[in-house]
Design a protein around this ligand. Structure first.
Ligand code: SF4
Length: 288
């Protein structure tokens, strides 16, 4: 039950464009009875935050999904992750690497950079747009007797990723959890309803949270993007004079094995390594 008092003035679906949020959007668009009974009518909008560096198949999937939905799908962006990362800066221009690269220091100690890209490129632009659409005025408090709902496509098997909103004007809800759907339920539902259609996993081309299976999928589905990630991974260690390296102590890698991406994935294809999986890490706005 929703503990918040006041009137819901806006309902938005946070659309990561991965398996779960895609299926959730389609169920909502079909006015799924289970969701309707739990207080999930069709949302006012679905919002996708574009980092500018997703594989092309994610953008194609998004265009298809937009045409399928009975409610509007809007795209928001706070900047181009590719350009900002290469320049070693955040969306606000600060000199900082906000993508969770894996590192090895001179003395061999392993580390990992703190992930702030989800916040910078996903959470902030989505929140800002929803607040605006819900009638919020910039730099003024949101009316105390009103609030917006943001629905997030976390599935029942990933409940650890559910986090309440830190903003008083917005309430998070997790419709797939409420109707007991897991990620595999979502994939099964989609393959029954759209047997000839590919359901992508969404993530930036260079996302270090990709599992090995996800890297192999990128390599097979979109070799150009995979090659771009491989080149970027090499570039990270090519010189200590790049804007990124000047901000780091150790050698950076895209893969958790802290070895060149292409060599690890070639080994994976012959069946000898495993990496850390995306699904266990994100807060719910990347990868769902
Ligand atoms: S997909 Fe990965 S790299 Fe892109 S914003 Fe999310 S965590 Fe960062």
């Amino acid at each position: 039950m929703n503990p918040r008092t006041g009137t819901v003035v806006y309902r938005a679906l946070s659309l990561g464009a991965g398996a779960q949020s895609t299926v959730l959007a389609l169920l909502l668009s079909r006015s799924d009875r289970r969701l309707a009974e739990l207080g999930y009518p069709m949302p006012d909008v679905a919002v996708f935050a574009d980092t500018g560096w997703e594989p092309e198949y994610v953008y194609r999937h998004l265009n298809w999904l937009e045409a399928e939905l009975q409610f509007p799908l809007i795209r928001v962006s706070d900047g181009d992750l590719r350009e900002n990362l290469k320049q070693g800066r955040t969306v606000s221009g600060h000199r900082f690497v906000d993508v969770p690269l894996y590192t090895v220091n001179e003395d061999g100690r392993k580390g990992m950079l703190r992930r702030q890209c989800t916040n910078h490129y996903k959470i902030r632009p989505i929140y800002r747009r929803i607040r605006q659409l819900a009638g919020g005025i910039p730099r003024r408090p949101f009316p105390k007797d009103k609030y917006a709902e943001m629905w997030i496509g976390i599935s029942q098997d990933e409940m650890l990723r559910m986090k309440p909103s830190r903003e008083s004007w917005v309430e998070h809800r997790w419709p797939l959890v409420d109707i007991g759907m897991s990620r595999s339920d979502c994939i099964e539902w989609f393959s029954t309803e759209y047997p000839d259609r590919y359901l992508p996993r969404s993530a930036c081309v260079i996302c270090p949270y990709r599992s090995d299976e996800h890297w192999v999928e990128l390599k097979q589905r979109e070799p150009n993007s995979y090659e771009e990630a491989v080149r970027f991974d090499r570039w990270l260690r090519k010189s200590t004079e790049t804007p990124v390296r000047k901000l780091l102590n150790g050698r950076p890698y895209l893969h958790s094995a802290r070895k060149p991406l292409d060599s690890v994935i070639k080994q994976k294809e012959t069946g000898s390594v495993t990496g850390e999986a995306f699904n266990n890490e994100c807060e719910g706005l990347c990868g769902v």
